[in-house]
Structures are given as structure tokens and as C-alpha cells.
Design a protein around this ligand. Structure first.
Ligand SMILES: Cc1cc2nc3c(=O)[nH]c(=O)nc-3n(C[C@H](O)[C@H](O)[C@H](O)COP(=O)(O)OP(=O)(O)OC[C@H]3O[C@@H](n4cnc5c(N)ncnc54)[C@H](O)[C@@H]3O)c2cc1C
Length: 464
């Protein structure tokens, strides 16, 4: 295994559970990739360096089979999944209960129920099809219902289904996790998926930080006999011991550098054509008080979306996809210490946020991000006692998989959603060499399913 992110660890575990010997090489000092924590601001303040909120991990059909609680993983479920405040001092709150949420949406309540109720009811059956590589769905009717809506742009879907500006804005915030312009096909898929997870799994944080998830995976791998070598950045396949299969938790650009000579010219060309998406500009703060939200109910959720109106979020996401910066960027924010006292000294808090910017952007967005938070929480800046800023370049230095600051392992538009990074998915043109990162289906997020599916292919083809 090259790379110890959630997918690398998941692939290694799947192979070790089949009784094969696994060695995992991680370039950084600790495993975890996008699931790490560190004291980024002040001593005693534990920040999530990348991922912070874990609906995908908690809902992962693979992680839920593993004894991760035994190794220290503890998901904390805040009372609400998500808060979305507005300029008038109100907020929409997504509750775990679909009915409670629908009741809060006024004349959109019935439509919200019609959209989500069948999907939430069928989620257990749907999850395998939605979160797996493309193929013959095991539940074609449920999948068809999901697919017919999912394929639409979030803009047209929200306009068609919801009459209230605030409901449209809420849905746009969910769909904006796609890192795509919301007038693009299939952006509805992201909004639906995250909405379904809010009503089925919840949007938890991990006690002690996201590193505990990676550490639990690593502990389970070791328990299965797997070996982990950290501080070992692999520069070429030639430096690895002989193995029947090599799985790479890297993106296509890195695979070209690692193994380019051993790949066929046509496969290399396909990898070269793979496209990366917009980047994240990430900030963390140490605070001497909780964020003073105008809408106090925002304190019931770990995740808060900041985008004042439907048009504002559409513009922000269009800008990031078209090489422009936004004055009022859409912000994804997490406040884990409200629910997990281990994150900060008593009475103090941690805060995590990022906005979307063009790939490789060098523009400093820290003032724009803080202005957006201040807009919905006047007095926020007075609470700051420490600050960390991670530009796209900084993110890539921290983890070479974050090409130009792209946190999804490549653009996840319709063309690269199912057949990523090539129609061969996990396989490459070299026998026994596989990709298992978020550049393969089902794509970005901490769920380990790219690793799980890649390992299944490797076990079938090379590790019988
Ligand atoms: C700022 C930010 C916020 C995010 N927020 C969330 C969130 O809240 N919820 C969520 O579910 N997801 C979130 N994500 C996305 C999530 O972190 C990723 O999708 C996920 O970590 C991808 O897992 P992976 O295993 O494919 O790759 P990664 O997690 O990127 O891991 C790849 C690993 O491989 C190592 N590596 C690479 N090349 C080599 C080499 N040559 N030799 C040795 N080691 C190598 C890297 O050091 C790294 O540890 C976020 C990501 C970022 C950056």
C-alpha cells in the first residue's frame, strides 16, 4: 500500500482480513491523510487539519463492519445535523428527524417530505448502489428514483421543488459540497446524498478529533498483522519490496510520477487528461468563547453553512469553478468543541472553516471568511485568540494528494463521477497495480469505500 489515508487504510484492512500480508508506506509522520488532527493554533487546542464532520464515515457500509470503537473511535452526534443562518437573524435547522425538519420549512415542508421520504426510507438498500462503482444496480427502482433527481443541476432542482428562498438556499448549501458550479448536471446528487445522511445517520464529529478515526483504522490493521511504515514517501515503485499487488492511495498525477514508465502510453494519456477541481482555502481558530451566533439555534449543530441567499451561493460556486474569487464566499464551518470538550481547554473553543476557490489560487481569503462569520455572528472577531490559515498550496504541501488544493482527488462532475479516473476504475494498464484513492469511485469524503472496492478487485485478480 502506498499512502495511509482513509482509503489506503481501508484497502489494507480489507486485504489483511483476507489473510494476506500487507505493508503500508505513508509519507507523513502520522497516518490519516485527510483524517488528521493537530494543535494548529495554540497548545491544548486540537484542530482537524482536513475533514471534521463524518456523515460518510458513520454511514460507511465498510467502516461499520470494523471494530473501530474498540480502538478508540467515538462518534458524537450533536442535537442537529446542520444549521444555516440568514441575515434576518433566523436559521434553518436540519434535524435528524425528517418530519421535524419538514415542519420548519413552511409551505416547502410537503415538497421536502416528498423529495426525501422515499430516499430516506430506502437508504439501506440504496447505499450499496450509490456508494459503489457503476454497474447493474441491485435495487433498480430505488436507484432510478434517486438517479432521475440526482442527475439534475441543484439550481434547477431547488427552483422546481421549493418555493421559499430559504429552503432553496439550504439545498444549495448541501449541494455546494460538490465543489461544482450549481448549474452543472448532477450537482443535485450531492445535495440529496448529504440530506439523506442527515436523516439516516446524522452528521457526527469524532471525540478527540478526526485523527482518532485514522488511528483506530491503523490499530485494527496492525491487529490483523499489517505493518505500517511512516515517514516513508515512495518516489518510485522500484523501491518497494516484491509484491503480488500494489495499491496506491494517490491521484493520477502522482501515479504518473511513481509508475509512468511501466504504464502503456494510452493509459498514461488517459491519466494525463484527468481533471482536478476547485480548491479549499481553510482556516482554524482558537476562541475564548463559543461563536456568538445571531440565531442562537446554530449552537445545536456541529456544521454551519454560511451563504446569505440562493443567488449568493450560486455565484460563489460559479466563481470558484470559473477562476474567480468571491467577496462573499460560501463557507462550510464546523464547531466541534461545542460537543466535544476534549478539543480545547475548559471554556475555550476550536473552530474550523473553509471556502471554495479556484484550483491553485494564491489569493488570501482569510478576511473574506472572517467577514462572513462576523456577518452572522457579530462579535466573532473579538473571540479569536489564535488563528491558522491553509492556502491551497499549503494544503498540497501537507498532503500531495491535494493537487492545487483540490480536496476530492479530482473534479467530480458528471464525466468524472462514475468513470474515475479512467473507465478501468481501480485497475491500471500494469497487472497488479491499482489506484484506491478518492480519484476512484465513489470519490471524495472519509468513507474508505474507494479502498474497499479497489481491494476487492485486487483480491479477485492477483491475491487469490
Ligand atoms: C480541508 C479539508 C476538509 C475536508 N472535510 C471533510 C469532511 O468534513 N468530511 C469528509 O468526509 N471529508 C472531508 N474532506 C475530504 C477527505 O479528507 C478526503 O476525501 C479523504 O481523506 C480522501 O481519502 P484518501 O485516502 O483517498 O486520500 P488522503 O486522505 O488524501 O490520503 C492520502 C495519503 O497518502 C499519502 N501519500 C501520498 N503520496 C504518497 C507517497 N508517494 N508515498 C507515501 N505516502 C503517500 C499522503 O501523505 C496521505 O496521507 C476534507 C478534506 C480537506 C482537505
Amino acid at each position: 500500500m502506498i499512502g495511509g489515508g482513509p482509503n489506503g487504510l481501508a484497502a489494507a484492512i480489507k486485504i489483511a482480513r483476507a489473510g494476506r500480508r500487507v505493508c503500508l508506506y505513508e509519507g507523513n509522520a502520522t497516518v490519516g491523510g485527510g483524517s488528521r488532527s493537530a494543535e494548529l493554533t495554540l497548545p491544548g487546542f486540537i484542530h482537524d487539519v482536513c475533514s471534521a464532520v463524518h456523515p460518510l464515515a458513520a454511514g460507511s457500509p465498510f467502516f461499520s463492519q470494523l471494530p473501530l470503537q474498540k480502538h478508540g473511535l467515538d462518534f458524537i452526534y450533536p442535537p442537529s445535523a446542520l444549521a444555516h443562518p440568514f441575515d434576518d437573524g433566523t436559521a434553518l435547522i436540519v434535524d435528524r428527524s425528517l418530519d421535524v425538519t419538514a415542519e420548519r420549512l413552511g409551505r416547502d415542508g410537503a415538497s421536502y417530505r416528498r423529495v426525501f421520504s422515499p430516499l430516506v426510507g430506502n437508504w439501506k438498500a440504496l447505499a450499496g448502489d450509490v456508494l459503489g462503482p457503476i454497474g447493474m444496480p441491485r435495487h433498480p427502482f430505488a436507484m432510478a428514483r434517486f438517479g432521475l433527481s440526482a442527475i439534475r443541476s441543484a439550481k434547477s432542482f431547488a427552483e422546481a421543488k421549493f418555493q421559499e428562498e430559504k429552503t432553496r438556499t439550504l439545498f444549495a448549501g448541501l449541494a455546494a459540497h460538490s465543489f461544482l458550479s450549481l448549474d452543472q448536471a448532477a450537482t443535485t446528487a450531492f445535495g440529496l446524498m448529504l440530506g439523506i445522511l442527515a436523516h439516516t445517520v446524522g452528521w457526527p464529529v469524532t471525540r478527540g478529533g478526526s485523527q482518532t478515526l485514522a488511528d483506530a483504522l491503523a490499530a485494527h490493521l496492525k491487529e490483523l498483522g499489517g505493518e505500517i511504515f511512516t515517514n516513508h514517501r515512495v518516489e518510485s515503485l522500484a523501491e518497494l519490496p516484491t509484491a503480488r499487488a500494489i495499491l496506491c492511495d494517490v491521484t493520477p498525477r502522482q501515479l504518473l510520477a511513481l509508475a509512468g514508465d511501466s504504464l502503456t502510453p494510452s493509459f498514461r494519456r488517459r491519466l494525463e487528461r484527468y481533471r482536478y477541481g476547485p480548491a479549499a482555502f481553510k482556516m482554524d481558530w482558537a476562541l475564548n468563547a463559543p461563536v456568538p451566533w445571531k440565531a442562537v439555534e446554530c449552537q445545536t449543530a456541529a456544521t454551519v453553512h454560511l451563504g446569505g441567499s440562493f443567488a449568493e451561493i450560486l455565484e460563489s460556486e460559479w466563481n470558484a469553478s470559473h477562476g474567480r474569487q468571491s467577496e462573499k464566499p460560501f463557507i462550510l464551518l464546523a464547531q466541534p468543541s461545542l460537543f466535544d470538550p476534549t478539543r480545547a481547554p475548559s471554556g475555550k473553543h476550536t473552530l474550523w472553516a473553509y471556502c471554495h476557490v479556484p484550483n491553485g489560487s494564491t489569493v488570501d481569503m482569510s478576511d473574506a471568511i472572517e467577514r462572513q462569520i462576523e456577518r452572522f455572528a457579530p462579535g466573532f472577531r473579538d473571540c479569536i485568540i489564535g488563528r491558522s490559515v491553509m492556502t491551497p498550496a499549503h494544503l498540497e504541501r501537507h498532503n500531495p494528494n491535494l493537487i492545487g488544493g483540490d480536496i476530492n482527488g479530482g473534479l467530480q462532475d458528471l464525466a468524472q463521477m462514475f468513470l474515475r479516473p479512467t473507465p478501468s476504475l481501480y485497475s491500471t494498464s500494469k497487472d497488479g497495480l491499482y489506484l484506491c484513492s478518492s480519484s476512484t469511485p465513489p470519490g471524495g469524503g472519509v468513507h474508505g469505500l474507494c479502498g474497499f472496492h479497489a481491494a476487492r478487485v485486487a483480491l479477485r485478480k492477483n491475491l487469490r
